[in-house]
Each structure stands twice: as C-alpha cells, then as structure tokens.
Design a protein around this ligand. Structure first.
Ligand SMILES: Cc1ncc(COP(=O)(O)O)c(C=O)c1O
Ligand SMILES: N[C@@H](CCOP(=O)(O)O)C(=O)O
Length: 402
C-alpha cells in the first residue's frame, strides 16, 4: 500500500495517480508506503537474486514488470586508487553494467512498468543522453511508442545511437537540457503522454535500489558515505529515500553521508549547500565535458538539499580536467570503464580527502553511473592513436620498440 505525497505541503494523492507535482502547491511528489503493512524480512530479500526486483515489496509495481534484468551490478574495491589516497575502504558501484549501460535502467524498469499499470500508451523524456537510451530500450521492450528530446550537439554518440536504434522518435532541439525538459513537460501534459524524467516519483523508486544493493553487498553494513554525481539530482535523492525506508523498517540503524559531486561549470547544488541557501539557484549556462550532468536547473532541487543536509553529507565540484584524469585512472589502475560524469564521483572523493573533508578511515561507496562506451569520442580524444605498423614481425617489433 502506498500514496503519493507532496514533499512540501504533505498533500496526499491515491496510489496509481498520474501526477508529477502537487496540485495544491506545485512541489515534488514522492511515493510513501505504509511500512507497517509490509511483511518482509532481510532474509527473504537475501534469498532472491541481487536485482531491482529483489526489493519488490518496496516498489509500486503490481503487474509483471517490464524487465531486462536490471540491477545486480558489481561493487568493486578500488584498491590502487584507494591506496594512493590512503583509504582502505573505497568502493565503486558500477551502474554502467546495467542493460543499457547506466543506472537509468533501474528507474525505467519501474517507470515503464508503471506506465502500463496506469494504462498509458506512450512515453517521453528530455535527456542529456542516458535517460533517452534507457527509455528507448524499455519502451521497445514494452512495445509502446517513445519520444525523446535531446539538446542538439550535446549528447554523447553512444547514447544517441542507442535511442535511434531502439526505435525512439528522437528530436534534437536547439536549446539546452533544461529547456528540453520544460518542453517535454508541456508536451506530455497537452497530449496525455507519460513523462519519464526523474520528476516522475515512480521512476525514482527503481533508482533507490542502488542503495539497497550496496548494503546487501556490504553484508548488511551501511557505508559511512555514498558519493554520487549530481545532474537533475534524482539519483542521490532516491538513494537517500530508500535507505531512510530501510531504517524505518529497522533493517539498518544509520544513514550514509550523502555526498553530491557536480562539474565546476554546472554546480548549482554545490553552491546552495556551500552557501547554506534555502533553494537551489539555477545556472543559466551550464557547461562541462561531462555532458550527462550538464544541467543548470535540477528538477529535484528540493529533494537533494534534504538528502544532503538530512544525512550530514556535503557537495563539491570538480573541474573537467579532474574528471577526465579520474576517468583515465579508473580505466588504467582499476580496469573500470566509465563515462566522464561517473568519474566525477571518484574525482570528488579524491578532492574531499585531500582537503580533509572526508576522513581516510571512512568506508566510502562511489556510484559510477554510466559505461565508458557511452561517450567514445571523449575517450578517443584523450588517448594516443593506435601505432600503425606493416604486417610483418619486424615492423611489429619496431613499433613496440622490443
Ligand atoms: C551518467 C550519469 N551520471 C550522473 C547523472 C546524474 O544523475 P541525476 O540526474 O539523477 O543527478 C546522469 C544523468 O542525470 C547520468 O547520465
Ligand atoms: N543525465 C540525465 C538527465 C535527465 O535526468 P532525469 O533523471 O531527470 O531523467 C539523462 O541521462 O538524460
């Protein structure tokens, strides 16, 4: 049993309402379960495969889910990078190992299942890339039409390729992501299309399972800190909400310090946290190589401030150089291939450890959100080209200087 509840005024709406913001005050909604009626133990969960659907009692979907085996992603120990930082317990949860290569699949398996549960026949989103790729995949699996709006020229190649190949109608708009989101909200409202950006409270329910899995992978222990890259701020807010639910159920007894990392050219949340502002003031012209988090007006602004402040966490920004350097370190020192936005979380830890904000003894889990192959162009630009060689052993040895 669950309701939709306004995070600001507390107005409630019945389960299975198609609604993205409070009719009374316009603020964000979240799904609230009647936790007392939930009859589940951790042991029951642990008897099921590690996946989004292990936690189905804390998800709103009642029908057969639209699923491609999302979740169950690896939690890697960052041994070498940790050693360099003097940290024994630094981990990365690799969300790039989901079906479409990003954490968005956790949201979309739930969101698209809810679209069908609510009787909606088409879906849409605005995207910096991954949301569109994921929605195209799950729309295809569900057999319903999908529309995605992308900021022209600012979406990594792999993500556009996915959206096109999986059959979405891809619209490239002459404006940034924030404008695309405004447009798709108007489109969905006027045409009765189901909106699947992170303003959709059901979609975020799927994403909270990142935190559940981390705790299960750490044998029931809550890490001291979880560090996530922040763009539209849905993911960090969802993980916080999920762990709060586990605490209310008595499954865990503390919260991780939720720590958000943004790019220096796009850091409205960092400013709000560092300056103690009551609200996030949008960046008009966000810019960063990490195009996934090139977002100036995060739609989940009020949720992310609650998550960070409510958990005693923090926020920090990293430069594009720091992001790319950590992308390279993850690839070469740990064998973990991620896209630039994902590397921001680990780059943020490095910065916060070096400045003394993060204690070296903390157990820290970084969420690395998307796969290396999402953005091949940025990768190729950073690497020396292949060495050309004639097809003889002699030339090969010369090329290898052996
Ligand atoms: C790879 C990647 N990392 C991080 C983010 C940021 O997540 P959120 O918008 O939930 O803050 C996004 C998209 O927003 C993304 O695609
Ligand atoms: N990085 C995102 C931006 C949209 O965020 P959403 O969580 O609101 O869908 C993307 O991949 O498009």
């Amino acid at each position: 049993m669950f309701d939709l509840v306004c995070v600001k005024c507390g107005e409630t709406y019945p389960a299975d309402t198609v609604l993205y913001s409070c009719r009374k005050c316009g603020h964000l909604l979240e799904v609230r379960y009647d936790l007392a009626s939930i009859n589940i133990t951790r042991r029951d969960w642990l008897s099921r495969p590690l996946s989004v659907w292990r936690y189905r009692e804390l998800l709103p979907v009642k029908r057969e889910p639209v699923s491609l085996c999302e979740g169950g992603t690896p939690l890697y120990h960052l041994k070498r990078i940790g050693e360099e930082l003097g940290m024994k317990e630094l981990y990365a949860k690799h969300e790039g190992m989901n079906p479409s290569g990003s954490f968005k699949d956790r949201g979309m398996t739930v969101g698209v299942s809810m679209a069908l549960q609510l009787g909606m026949s088409s879906v849409a989103c605005a995207s910096t890339g991954n949301t569109s790729a994921s929605l195209a995949v799950y729309g295809a699996k569900a057999g319903i039409p999908t529309i995605v709006l992308l900021p022209a020229g600012k979406v990594a190649l792999g993500k556009v390729a996915q959206a096109l190949m999986h059959g979405a109608r891809v619209i490239s708009i002459n404006g940034n992501f924030d404008r695309a989101l405004e447009m798709v909200r108007d489109l969905c409202e006027s045409k009765g299309i189901y909106l699947l950006n992170s303003i959709n409270p059901y979609r975020l329910e799927g994403q909270k399972t990142i935190g559940f899995e981390v705790i299960d992978q750490l044998d029931g222990k809550v890490p001291d800190r979880m560090v996530l890259p922040v763009g539209n701020a849905g993911n960090i807010s969802a993980v916080y909400k999920g762990i709060l639910e586990l605490k209310a159920l008595g499954f865990v007894d503390k919260m991780p310090m939720m720590t958000g990392i943004q790019a220096a050219g796009s850091q409205p949340v960092v400013r709000a946290i560092n300056e103690g502002l009551a609200e996030v003031i949008p960046d008009e012209n966000p810019e960063t190589v990490a195009t996934a988090i090139r977002i100036g007006a995060p739609v989940n602004a009020e949720k992310v401030l609650t998550a960070i402040r409510g958990s005693g966490g923090t926020a920090a920004s990293v430069t594009d150089e720091e992001i790319l350097s950590m992308q390279c370190d993850l690839a070469r020192k740990e064998g973990i291939g991620v896209e630039p936005a994902s590397a921001a979380s680990v780059a943020g830890v490095k910065k916060l450890v070096e400045s003394g904000v993060i204690d070296r003894d903390e157990q820290v889990v970084c969420v690395v959100t998307g796969h290396l192959l999402k953005d091949p162009e940025t990768v190729i630009k950073q690497c020396a080209p292949p060495i050309e060689c004639e097809a003889t052993l002699e030339s090969l040895l010369a090329a290898l200087q052996l």
